[in-house]
Structures are given as structure tokens and as C-alpha cells.
Design a protein around this ligand. Structure first.
Ligand code: G3H
Ligand code: 13P
Ligand code: ZN
Length: 316
């Protein structure tokens, strides 16, 4: 059952965070739904602009529709990740997305508000939730690279004003994370102080954490032992997911970690079976491994085991 992110956040707020996982193909969709059902967790399936054009935007929508039929007990939102204004309108008009993200965080404060508010007005007219972003994460998104030192943490007073002026349903805040596999140099913690200040100004308001992959070091070691060269990578401490959730983070975005699972499975498979050329055997292993990964993340996010209670609270 497809629901809005606002419905998911109402149930999760202050107790747990909903995992938001990016997908690009059928294998990822299958692993995600399997893992979510095995862990009895609601989830958010995210599609980036790059994912929409990887094959064809209709392909991913059809895959998700089919997955919803294969796993009828699943409760999830279909969300556009890092949308520009035009892509938000396309997804709002598609009738398939229950949530969109307008990412105008690279614009000035006022321009960001102006663009986000336009998207909110169009989305709300169709009952669709909107996530906006304030502050700048470091790292690489599809078209935008934010260099080290140019990332800016979200200003709590501005966040409160932004929420009021745009009417957005959730706000992605920069609290020290970045996209990709190279988040920190040395040990670092999330900026819980920023979350505390935002929560004090807008109690009960759902916040979103992007760049939340943990970049498991055992995964990286296996990839490198099978020919990879991704040394020096580092991610978010998974023990900080739940404390962030208690401070109002209701959506935690994880993409890179899934790519690492894919890379590890395929590098090891073809290293160990150099004469193999059928893609289905490693594809099957990936689905199982990704499902295990999703279930393990849902436990850490506190969303595991919430499905039945959520269903009741939705009256379904
Ligand atoms: O934040 C970006 C997400 O990880 C999506 O990545 O734009 O390469 O699909 P992508
Ligand atoms: P990661 O690169 O840490 O997985 O972040 C993904 C993300 O924020 C998607 O919007
Ligand atoms: Zn992101």
C-alpha cells in the first residue's frame, strides 16, 4: 500500500526513523521489499533523477507497482529524491509518487523558499507530501558537487522560518553528513546540537537526514580484497541513527551502502568464478544480501516491527 511520507512520519515521530532507500533496477526493488517485509518495517522507496533516466522513468514505476503486488502487505511511500522544480511537477502529475523532494538548497534563502513554496502548493493540491532542504551537505549528487569547506550546517532559526513560509511537510537538514562513501576524515559525530535547537523551535516537526550511509568497513575490506580501490572511505555511525530519530529525524536516506553491497557481491562472484558470464546467479545473491542489509538497517532505525501497529493507526 502506497502512503504519503507525512502519514509515515506521523507514526514514527520521536520513536523511530523510516529508512529511505534509493532504487535503480528490479534487483534492488526486490531486495528492498523482501528485507522490509522480513523485518516488518514501513519504508520509503526513493527515485533520483539519475535513476529515472537510467532506463526509462516508466520502467521504475512499473517495477515498483509490480513489487507492491508481489508484497501486498508492504506499506511504503514513493518519493522523488533531490528533485528540481520541473521534475517535481512531472512526478506530482504522474499520479504515482506520494511524495517529492524539492532541492533548491543551492539557491539563496529567499529563492529556496520561493521555489519550495511553489512546489508545496502544487503537491498539496493533489495530497502529495513535500520534503525541502535547507543547508548544504558536502559530497556529490548527480549534477552538483559541493567541495569540502563549502558545506553549511542548517541554521535552526532559518529552518523554523523556512518551514513556516513554505508549508513543507518535512525538512532535510545539514547536520554534518555528506553523500557518497567518503563522508568524514577521522571519527566524527552528527551535529546533535543543531537537531536539538531545531526541535526546540519546531517541536513535532519531521526532519530528514541525507547522506546517512554507514559505509561498513568490513564491506569495503571485502570489495578491496576482490580488486576494488575504495580506501579511506567512512560513513555515519549506525549507533547515531536512533538518537537522531529521538530528536525528530523521521527519514534516514541510505543509498551508497546498497551500492557497496552490489559491488561486493559482484566483485567476489566474478573473482571466484572467472569463467562465469551469466548475470542471474550474482543477481540472485545480491537480492538476498540486499534484503539482509535492509532488514539490518530497519532494526537500527527502529522501524523494524512497526508495520502492524502502523497499519492499525492508518485504519487499514
Ligand atoms: O543523494 C543522491 C542519491 O544517492 C542518489 O544518487 O543521483 O546517483 O542516483 P544518484
Ligand atoms: P548516502 O550517499 O549516504 O547513501 O546518502 C543517500 C542520500 O542522501 C540520498 O538522497
Ligand atoms: Zn540526498
Amino acid at each position: 500500500m502506497i502512503v504519503t511520507t507525512a502519514q509515515l512520519f506521523k507514526h514514527a515521530y520521536g520513536k523511530y526513523a523510516v529508512g529511505a532507500y534509493n532504487i535503480n533496477n528490479a534487483e534492488q526493488a526486490m531486495g528492498l521489499f523482501k528485507g522490509a517485509i522480513e523485518s516488518k518495517a514501513p519504508f520509503i522507496i526513493q527515485i533520483s533523477k539519475g535513476a529515472r533516466s537510467y532506463t526509462d522513468k516508466r520502467m521504475l514505476e512499473a517495477i515498483i507497482r509490480a513489487a507492491g503486488e508481489i508484497f501486498p502487505e508492504a506499506i511504503f511511500a514513493v518519493h522523488l529524491d533531490h528533485g528540481d522544480e520541473q521534475t517535481c511537477y512531472e512526478c506530482i502529475d504522474s499520479g504515482f509518487f506520494s511524495s517529492v523532494m524539492i532541492d533548491a538548497s543551492h539557491e539563496s534563502f529567499d529563492k529556496n523558499i520561493e521555489i519550495s513554496k511553489r512546489v508545496v502548493d502544487r503537491a498539496h493540491a493533489k495530497g502529495i507530501s513535500v520534503e525541502a532542504e535547507l543547508g548544504m551537505l558536502g559530497g556529490v549528487e548527480e549534477d552538483i558537487k559541493v567541495e569540502d569547506g563549502h558545506a553549511t550546517l542548517t541554521n535552526p532559526a532559518e529552518a523554523a522560518e523556512f518551514i513556516k513560509r513554505t508549508g513543507c511537510d518535512s525538512l532535510a537538514c545539514a547536520i554534518g553528513t555528506s553523500h557518497g562513501a567518503f563522508k568524514f576524515k577521522g571519527r566524527q559525530s552528527l551535529h546533535f546540537d543543531v537537531l536539538e535547537k531545531i526541535k526546540a523551535l519546531v517541536p513535532g516537526y519531521p526532519l530528514v537526514m541525507h547522506g546517512s550511509s554507514s559505509v561498513p568497513q568490513d564491506e569495503v575490506a571485502r570489495i578491496n580484497a576482490a580488486g576494488g580501490t575504495i580506501a579511506g572511505s567512512m560513513g555515519v555511525d549506525v549507533n547515531e541513527y536512533l538518537p537522531a530519530a529521538k530528536l525528530g529525524v523521521t527519514k534516514i536516506n541510505i543509498d551508497t551502502d546498497g551500492r557497496l553491497v552490489w559491488t561486493r557481491v559482484h566483485r567476489e562472484f566474478f573473482r571466484d568464478k572467472p569463467a562465469e558470464f551469466d548475470f542471474r546467479p550474482p543477481g540472485k545473491i545480491f537480492i538476498v544480501e540486499y534484503a539482509k542489509f535492509i532488514a539490518s538497517r530497519n532494526v537500527l532505525l527502529g522501524s523494524a516491527g512497526q508495520l502492524d501497529d502502523l497499519r492499525k493507526s492508518l485504519g487499514k
